[in-house]
Design a binder for this molecule. Structure first.
Ligand code: ATP
Length: 208
């Protein structure tokens, strides 16, 4: 990858991507456009390290993310959170990218629903000190923050390290798509066509 002469600007986009959908692509494009990012790296989460997790196998989620990422030349996919053993925390992922790209501006993309749970993440303060955070609005993402996070949010917004994207709302959610497919419905309008074809080919999410 060749970077321009200014500081490279790298966007990181973690998620389960189970499956990746048009809402993810919509906010990733807005993220790249509004922050003039050189690249947006999708980071599919690993398989749950403890028993009882119910995500689709990481190799499928990674393959679908790779198909979806073809939609934009700025998009890339990393298996960084899949190949690490045990629990993978976003604070560790952010630290790995900071170590590997010491001179880059690092931005992390969150939906508003994820911002609402940020204060429950392991080492969330350290995470927020390592990367800037961009938030995409989401229909059900508006609960009031607790006092500690509200104070952090005010300070981070004033410092320019927390920004809300102006992208319009996009209704897609992986939960709704999984539910529609399991019920025999068609979620094609919410999925990149290559991802919809992959799901059909591998018979993912369909009721037994
Ligand atoms: P699920 O329904 O299984 O929780 P999801 O649709 O939220 O899945 P994730 O892979 O968990 O998808 O999302 C990764 C990130 O993208 C999260 O920060 C989430 O908030 C954000 N996101 C996903 N879909 C949207 C959307 N339609 N609008 C805004 N943000 C979104």
């Amino acid at each position: 990858m060749t970077f321009p002469s200014r500081r490279p600007a790298i966007g990181l986009f973690g998620g389960s991507f189970d499956p990746v959908h048009n809402g993810h692509l919509h906010i990733a494009r807005a993220f790249a456009d509004e922050l003039a990012l050189d690249t947006v790296i999708f980071l599919p989460a690993g398989d749950p390290y403890h028993k009882g997790g119910s995500r689709t196998d990481a190799r499928h989620r990674l393959a679908m993310a790779q198909l979806a990422a073809q939609a934009d030349p700025r998009f890339a996919v990393s298996d960084c959170d899949i190949v690490r053993r045990g629990a993978t925390y976003s604070s560790d992922t952010a630290a790995i990218f900071r170590q590997n790209f010491p001179a880059a501006d690092l931005w992390w993309l969150l939906g508003a629903d994820s911002l609402n749970t940020l204060h429950t993440w392991k080492n969330w303060r350290q995470f927020a000190d390592t990367v800037n955070i961009a938030v995409a609005r989401r229909a059900d993402g508006g609960t009031a923050p607790d006092a500690e996070r509200a104070a952090w949010q005010r300070q981070a917004e004033a410092a320019g390290s927390l920004k809300t994207l102006s992208a319009p709302l996009h209704p897609a959610s992986s939960t709704d798509i999984r539910r529609a497919l399991a019920g025999g419905g068609d979620a094609g309008a919410l999925l990149p066509p290559e991802v919809a074809a992959y799901i059909r080919r591998h018979r993912l999410y369909h009721a037994a």
